[in-house]
Design a protein around this ligand. Structure first.
Ligand code: 26V
Length: 816
């Protein structure tokens, strides 16, 4: 024991010395004059040193054992903060806390000074971050590739209840986690033209003479796995101009013109695109996509050629996963590199390309599927456009050769859409150029086969497969909810931390223990009090931590149906007002999420939430039985505070539209009960935790499809059948919540009656009934907490370690 505690004391002393050295020699401050941010930096740098040792070991090991490399190409990595993540995975959290406490520095305080790395929009970007962590944990030799945006996702402010976007500046105080690699630099070209030349062997070659070239510079962030097991690299590219200054122009007095090219080049990595801004800035978005794909492929081919004689065995040595279609120009770029630069014959090059690439689809929404105008592609990437035409020609020819002459089929599987101006379909390009195409939940993968990719699926029936999403338990349980984690390890042992996938289910019997249930509830109350003070601080609303916290946090989108939740809120408000002494379960409705800047309806939904909140929260007849809160600027860090404090998790998308959802998993893992539709991964959660332990309601995906086919969304019928819904409509439409502008929502509500694409009205009554069942259960705390414990106990399968093991085994062939 003494030996152990001596060793620990030594570790604490060593970490403290390291922090002091960083503060002095890297930050350049002495302890007396250091600001809290200086301490944050010093601790982060000390933690990073620990990673670097593991990192180099791991890199050497991967090289020595010629492990298969996995490349995860993603335009988004929604990382959040890294201090706790790094310390916790390195096993240094308590040591660091103690080490700096003696210097008078509080780890919990300096932790809050780290800005979120918000290099993503939502689920897709956060999934990439969870995957990076799981790949390190499982010892897979993985590299993430993306863009080092100078500005991440916009900050959301509320002005008079309306969303206002503000620039996000995460790099203002530097980034202690990254290593700039000024020597890892690649040229990236755009524009110009293509000429056919005859080479010395008499062969015809296509030669691209670009019109413009920029540079991609690498920035590396180490990603450490659980218990420091291994450390992979997230390599993000920054765009720089070839020359920092056009000296001739400058000397001629054209001071702005002299740096114009710099501005144009650097704009590529300036800012993350908010999803679903469909029209704006298209050209820059395509430049971003090609920029990072081109740099990443050059980098990984160079790494391959360092170890191998040629590229013929690329599929054996490397797997490239395309996160959505954003990197799908990789199909044409890899072909270009193999054919034009490495002189590999077309057929062989195609075999290598398809053997190496794999594509993940994340949405079926037609308006979300990427297509690029042919004219734009021809102008920006003329050689790639030629290659795409060639791929398409071979593809269509081979179908005709197989006897396929049905014009509708050929049109559906073509890479070129001819209907509204000629456009390149990036989904079809990714599908054809990959050996694996996966969806992200069982239902979503099934629907891929019958909707967007129906015809391609018939041609390649083996290609579509499913990999249900997961979440990293390290961040979403251990770090976000240390109190629950301690309760779990007290009961199930420390090994739980290493194998929650198998051990978490040992919690099930505790659901029957009264004292454990009470402890579970006490832990929740603790998190709710913490969230209550955040709510008080940020929006000035006082909420009762004993009330049910009913939470919907995610991007604002019509298909996610925040509006349905708001209709329930108003219905509940009216019910309480008409029967103030009823036996109402007190509720706090918590909303958070960002709307794309150009998405008018989503922004109106935010305003409506705030309008309803103002009226409800200030109505004395409600007596605090109902509170409504919209927390601004939802991000990863806020999620870490909200999720452990939720009693009820709202996962109420129109069935068939949410590809998977991942916050649904985070909430249930932390013991929230789900009210939801049979959509995305909710279906599989239902299988795992049992339909009795969730509140499922609403039309199924099949029923939704049938209504869509019949072009009957049934809003009118639902309104005439439901007094309750009708009253809610009247109130919102008539300006009860917008007395300053009574017609603010009339157009919006009228449009809904005419075209309720996401079936908000059709599902309203079923949703109300499900919410009634929620209330009933809340009034039986024994039952409620039993169910909550069972939810936590049965979520092990949703670990992203399981998901990544499936990718590694079934797509990448990367299990040693
Ligand atoms: C993009 C757009 C662009 C145009 C307008 C509508 C729209 C709607 C959604 C999107 C996002 C598409 C990609 C995406 O983020 N998908 C999310 O991926 C998560 C990880 O697989 C998954 O859990 C979510 O269900 C899915 O929406």
């Amino acid at each position: 024991m003494t030996q152990e505690s001596n060793a620990r004391d030594a570790e604490v002393a060593e970490f403290r010395a390291a922090v002091l050295a960083k503060l002095t020699y890297s930050v350049g401050k002495d302890p007396e004059h250091a600001f809290e941010h200086d301490w944050f930096e010093a601790v982060a740098l000390a933690a990073r040193d620990h990673m670097v040792e593991h990192w180099m070991d791991h890199t050497r090991r991967a090289y020595r054992r010629s492990q298969k490399r996995v490349y995860y190409l993603s335009l988004e990595f929604l990382i959040g903060r890294l201090l706790y993540d790094s310390l916790s995975n390195l096993g240094l959290l308590d040591i660091a806390r103690e080490a700096i406490a003696e210097l008078g520095v509080d780890l919990e305080r300096i932790r809050l000074l780290e800005p979120d790395a918000a290099l993503g929009n939502g689920g897709l970007g956060r999934l990439a971050a969870c995957f990076m962590e799981s790949m390190s944990t499982l010892g897979i030799a993985a590299h993430g590739y993306g863009i080092r945006y100078e500005h991440g996702l916009f900050r959301q402010a509320l002005v008079d209840g309306w969303q206002q976007e503000q620039t996000e500046n995460w790099l203002d105080f530097g980034n202690p986690w990254e290593f700039e690699r000024p020597e890892v630099i690649y040229p990236i070209s755009f524009g110009g033209g293509v000429e056919t030349l005859t080479d010395s062997n008499g062969e015809q070659r296509q030669v691209w003479t670009p019109g413009e070239t920029v540079r991609a510079v690498a920035y590396d962030t180490p990603v450490v796995g659980w218990r420091g097991s291994s450390v992979n690299t997230l390599r993000l590219w920054r765009a720089r101009a070839l020359e920092e200054l056009h000296l001739e122009r400058f000397n001629a007095g054209d001071h702005l013109g002299a740096v114009a090219e710099v501005a144009r080049a650097e704009s590529i990595s300036r800012v993350l695109y908010p999803a679903d801004s469909t029209e704006a800035g298209q050209e820059l978005r395509l430049r971003q996509e090609y920029f990072f794909v081109c740099a990443s492929l050059q980098d990984l081919l160079r790494r391959h050629l360092n170890m191998h004689d040629n590229l013929l065995n690329l599929p054996d040595a490397a797997a490239i996963q395309l996160n959505d279609t954003h990197p799908s120009i990789a199909v044409a770029e890899l072909m270009r590199l193999l054919v034009d630069q490495h002189e590999i014959p077309w057929d062989k090059a195609w075999e290598i390309t398809v053997g190496t690439l794999a594509y993940t689809n994340h949405t079926l929404l037609p308006e979300a599927l990427e297509t690029w105008p042919v004219a734009l592609m021809e102008r920006m990437l003329p050689r790639h456009m030629q290659i795409i035409y060639l791929i398409n020609a071979y593809h269509i020819d081979s179908l005709r050769a197989q006897g396929q002459h049905d014009f509708d089929v050929l049109r559906a599987v073509s890479l070129i859409e001819e209907d509204n101006g000629r456009r390149v379909r990036m989904g079809n390009l990714a599908f054809l150029g990959s050996h694996s195409v996966n969806g992200v939940s069982a239902l979503h993968s099934k629907l891929m086969k019958s909707t967007v990719f129906a015809e391609l699926h018939k041609l390649y029936p083996q290609r579509i497969n499913n990999k249900t999403n997961g979440i990293t338990f390290r961040r979403w349980l251990f770090q976000a909810n240390p109190m629950l984690t301690r309760m779990l390890t007290d009961r199930l042992g420390e090994q739980l931390l290493d194998s929650p996938q198998t051990l978490l289910k040992n919690l099930e019997p505790f659901a029957e223990h009264e004292d454990f249930r009470q402890q579970f509830a006490a832990q929740r109350l603790h998190s709710k009090k913490a969230l209550a003070s955040i709510i008080q601080e940020r929006v000035g609303v006082t909420v009762n931590p004993e009330a049910m916290f009913d939470v919907q946090v995610k991007r604002i989108h019509e298909y996610k149906r925040q509006l349905l939740n708001l209709l329930h809120t108003v219905a509940l408000y009216q019910a309480i007002r008409s029967e103030p002494s009823g036996n109402w379960a007190p509720r706090v409705k918590v909303f958070a999420g960002k709307a794309a800047a150009s998405y008018h309806q989503a922004k109106l939904i935010i305003k409506l939430t705030n309008d309803i909140a103002r009226v409800v929260n200030n109505d004395p007849t409600v007596r605090g039985l109902l509170k409504v809160v919209f927390l601004p600027n939802y991000n990863v860090s806020l999620a870490e505070s909200i999720i452990p404090a939720a009693d009820l998790s709202e996962q109420i998308s129109t069935a068939g539209y949410e590809a998977s959802g991942t916050s649904n998993m985070k909430f249930a893992l932390n013991g929230a009960l789900t009210i939801g539709t049979l959509d995305g991964a909710n279906v599989e959660m239902c299988e795992q935790v049992g339909a009795d332990n969730m509140f499922i309601f609403g039309l199924t995906a099949q029923q939704v499809q049938a209504r869509k086919r019949a072009d009957d969304f049934g809003a009118g019928a639902a309104l005439s059948a439901s007094h309750r819904l009708n009253d809610v409509f009247q109130a919102i439409r008539g300006g009860v919540f917008s007395p300053d502008d009574p017609s603010r929502y009339s157009g919006f509500m009228d449009a809904l009656v005419g075209y309720d694409r996401f079936l908000v009205c059709a599902d309203f009554d079923a949703y109300w009934d499900a919410q009634q069942r929620v209330d009933e259960l809340w009034n039986q705390p024994d039952q409620w907490w039993r169910m909550a414990v069972l939810n936590t106990a049965r979520m092990g399968w949703f670990s992203s370690d399981r998901t990544i093991a499936e990718y590694a085994g079934e797509i990448w062939n990367a299990l040693d």
